[in-house]
Write a protein that binds this ligand. Structure first.
Ligand SMILES: C[S@@+](CC[C@H](N)C(=O)[O-])C[C@H]1O[C@@H](n2cnc3c(N)ncnc32)[C@H](O)[C@@H]1O
Length: 305
């Protein structure tokens, strides 16, 4: 089923691409994603469920000019960048929403099924580099980390209100960090804390040796917790087969082993998809060198049966 949309004539030319903010996030595994999606039906609706700064979305628009495109992000800042980048004539629909709301938005657009979808999970460089969002242990900022700052619990509330046991469980379960109990104990001892640098210094003080991996695991765990990222992903994976048509190509880029495992099981065991081969792809040496943030990325691809 297809809705009317304005023609997308020369998208991705400079008048549609705003370089300044958009240029600071480099899309990961871009060539592999586009080449995978190219094997699918080149009509109907293509969804980018985590559109971020629009790097993948812009490349999709260029590669598939005959398709309707929907770009979604939970973060209002990302959505304002997307709206600046893709104007109304582009034929790209941009919405601030969670990817769990995709079927509702599709139906507003007049679509029942999508011919393809991409989910590039996690955090964009724009979010990471904005100290006021509190995502980075390298920059000083408030303990926030919500993708959508208008609702939900902040990291500040979580760390200052939860029990030591709850904090340790979050660090262990979502950060896979073995020193979770020691870190949680130090956090509770030093409360109240309100800035990323207070938190970073507590973490540094509670582990021996190079703290970089521990810092990134703890910050990642807290981000996953306040945004309920694994619950959101479970909801998406439960409903994905209901709004994708047979033959639809679906790509996930993950940066975390817990997420990656969920996608692996979905494509391998749910019965709704065939796993595309190769079963996963990681960035090559060039991409890892040019974009260090791509280092832990893994692309998995499935085709709706
Ligand atoms: C790695 S970035 C995507 C970057 C994008 N592919 C690009 O090329 O610019 C991940 C994005 O997913 C968004 N996000 C996280 N959870 C989401 C959810 N449940 N629904 C929609 N967007 C979400 C984040 O706000 C972030 O902008």
């Amino acid at each position: 089923m297809r809705a009317d949309r304005p023609a997308r004539s020369h998208l991705y030319s400079s008048d549609h691409v705003r370089g300044d903010e958009a240029g600071t996030h480099v899309p990961v595994l871009l060539g592999s994603v586009i080449s995978f999606l190219s094997g699918g039906r080149r009509e109907g609706l293509l969804v980018d469920g985590t559109a971020g700064a629009g790097g993948h979305l812009a490349a999709m628009a260029e590669a598939f000019p005959e398709m309707s495109l929907l770009g979604i992000d939970r973060d209002p800042v990302a959505v304002s960048i997307l709206r600046g980048r893709f104007n109304q004539d582009s034929g790209i629909t941009v919405r601030q929403a969670s990817y769990t709301e995709i079927p509702v938005i599709m139906s507003e657009m007049g679509f029942t099924y999508a011919s393809g979808a991409l989910f590039d999970l996690g955090l964009s460089s724009i979010q990471l580099d904005d100290s006021s969002r509190g995502f980075s242990y390298r920059l000083d900022g408030p303990l926030d980390m919500r993708f959508d700052g208008s609702s939900g619990t902040t990291v500040d509330e979580l760390l200052n209100k939860c029990s030591e046991r709850e904090i340790a469980d979050i660090i262990y379960n979502y950060g896979e960090e073995g020193r979770s109990r020691r870190i949680a104990k130090a956090i509770v001892r030093e409360r109240p804390l309100h800035s990323t640098q207070e938190l970073a210094s507590i973490i540094r003080g509670s582990v021996r040796g190079n703290p970089v991996k521990v810092l990134s695991r703890v910050f990642q765990a807290l981000r996953i917790a306040v945004n309920r990222e694994l619950e959101q992903l479970d909801n998406l994976l439960d409903s994905l087969h209901t709004w994708t048509e047979p033959g639809a190509r679906i790509a996930f880029i993950t940066f975390h082993s817990l997420e990656d495992r969920k996608i692996k099981l979905l494509f391998r065991d749910s019965g709704y998809y065939s796993q595309f081969s190769p079963v996963w792809i990681v960035p090559d040496e060039n991409e890892r060198r040019e974009n260090p943030r791509a280092r832990s990325a893994r692309l998995r691809m499935g085709i709706r049966l």
